[in-house]
Ligand binder design. Structure first.
Ligand SMILES: [Mn+2]
Length: 448
């Protein structure tokens, strides 16, 4: 087992903080006091450490290594490590080390007897987080990628199911993938899931893109499982470390300049994609605003406009908003995740919006399928679906999200070409706006 003596981290032991205050001792000798008490809103004025903490606080050496972090094959790196230095001492990541991590994590597929703690050390995870932070920083807050690509929705720590999905859709780097966030919480293996994805991102940065979900925020993953899993498996300090990567994840993606992707949905404040490009990271979404909406909003079939969300945060947006957004933002389609849907995918009216969800039998409660969106080089959209054996009592169907209930759902996933939303098409069926309706009426009247 590899270890990196230069990255000695003195984390407090799990449960040491019976009082609210916990001391974090970092490798460069600095100490930081923070509260980890449950029930405090860690986002809004809570005691969460300043979000602009740089990885350099870990160890100046790892920070400078990450500066030039580029996967290369270099035998000298092994020598560095054998000398007891952190991986990539020569300014590059040791790919053989990284490949080893990926192989060991892949080896946990179909294993119930061992988990990540048996194969990956804390220092190795810290090294991955340090390197991946640098790479994520180099990408924009709006990651721009080209087809062909597969778009993956929520995983939520269902690591075994993620591998079943990979068996179906292929693996990185054979397939280029864009994940829409919510890697952690709810499921049993959040750490396995996110560490494998980060390791793959490091190894194949052009083939894997990872957006931020609402669960990649401290206020949420403190509560819904990830914090407890970190504490149980490696200690509370690892949870803090993850937050400094999560708060740098890109907030949205743009596929071939035409498909906008995010975890939640649109925002009433979003009128230009440059607003997303201008998001300064690290950032922490506050209780309202564009950052919150990108992570939290939902589509609805209840009407055209903006509605208060039953979640109590952000909004729900109707089909009129969706149609207007395509025009204003100059896009043809939105792909988002964030809501469990029975078939793993759901189309909002006019196929302008796709909800995609990639955790089958979500939480062991719903009997939903998982799905991914495939967009080929000709902008043809299709879906791949995974259905897994439902455990007992896992029989709850997922409700429709924003589907037009008057349209009969097709038994098999559709295949269609993306229609430019901006150009008027002959088979135009959108009679959403008052103007159109008025024109329709008058033209009908004239015919009569
Ligand atoms: Mn979500």
């Amino acid at each position: 087992m590899l270890s990196f003596p230069s990255l000695k981290l003195a984390y407090p032991a799990v449960g040491r903080s019976s009082s609210n205050q916990t001391t974090f001792l970092f490798a460069n000798g600095t100490e930081s006091q923070a509260s980890v008490s449950l029930g405090v809103c860690l986002v809004c004025g809570g005691p969460y450490p300043p979000v602009n903490l740089e990885p350099s606080r870990l160890d100046p050496r790892t920070a400078s290594m990450a500066e030039a972090a580029a996967p290369t094959q270099s035998p000298s790196q092994t020598t560095d490590r054998e000398r007891g230095e952190a991986p990539g001492g020569g300014g590059a990541i040791d790919t053989s080390w990284l490949d080893g991590i990926i192989e060991k994590l892949n080896g946990l597929y179909n294993r119930t007897d061992i988990g990540i703690t048996n194969v990956v050390q804390l220092d190795e995870i810290i090294a991955i987080l340090t390197f991946v932070t640098k790479i994520i920083n180099q990408e924009g807050s709006l990651v721009e990628v080209e087809v062909p690509i597969k778009v993956v929705g929520d995983i939520h720590g269902q690591y075994q199911d993620m591998h079943k999905l990979f068996d179906l859709i292929g693996r990185v780097p054979d397939q280029k993938m864009l994940f829409l966030g919510d890697y952690v919480d709810r499921g049993p293996q959040s750490l396995e899931t996110i560490v494998l994805l980060f390791a793959l991102k490091l190894r194949h940065r052009e083939k894997l893109y990872l957006l931020r979900g609402n669960h990649e925020t401290p206020a949420v993953n403190r509560i819904y499982g990830f914090y407890d899993e970190c504490c149980r498996k490696y200690g509370v300090g690892l949870w803090w470390e993850f937050q400094t990567v999560f708060n740098r994840l890109p907030m949205a993606g743009l596929i071939s300049k035409r498909i906008l992707c995010m975890h939640g949905g649109l925002s009433p404040e979003l009128t230009n994609l440059d607003q997303i490009r201008a998001i300064v990271r690290p950032c922490e979404p506050q209780d309202r605003g564009m950052l919150i909406d990108l992570l939290w909003s939902d589509p609805t079939n209840k009407g055209d406009g903006w509605f208060y969300s039953p979640r109590g945060i952000s909004y729900a947006f109707g089909k009129g908003v969706m149609a207007a957004a395509c025009k204003i933002l100059g896009i043809d389609m939105v792909i988002r995740a964030h809501q469990v849907v029975q078939d793993g995918y759901e189309l909002m009216i006019g196929r302008q919006l796709i909800t995609i969800f990639s955790a089958p039998n979500y939480c062991g409660q719903f009997n939903n399928a998982a799905a991914v969106v495939c967009i080929d080089a000709d902008m043809m959209v299709s879906f791949q679906q995974l259905r897994t054996q439902a455990p007992p009592n896992c029989n709850r169907p997922a409700p429709p999200v924003a589907a037009d209930l008057s349209v009969k759902p097709s038994p098999t996933p559709p295949t269609f070409k993306i229609v430019p939303a901006q150009e008027p098409s002959e088979s135009k069926e959108s009679k959403d706006t008052n103007n159109n309706t008025a024109e329709e009426k008058s033209s009908k009247d004239e015919k009569k």
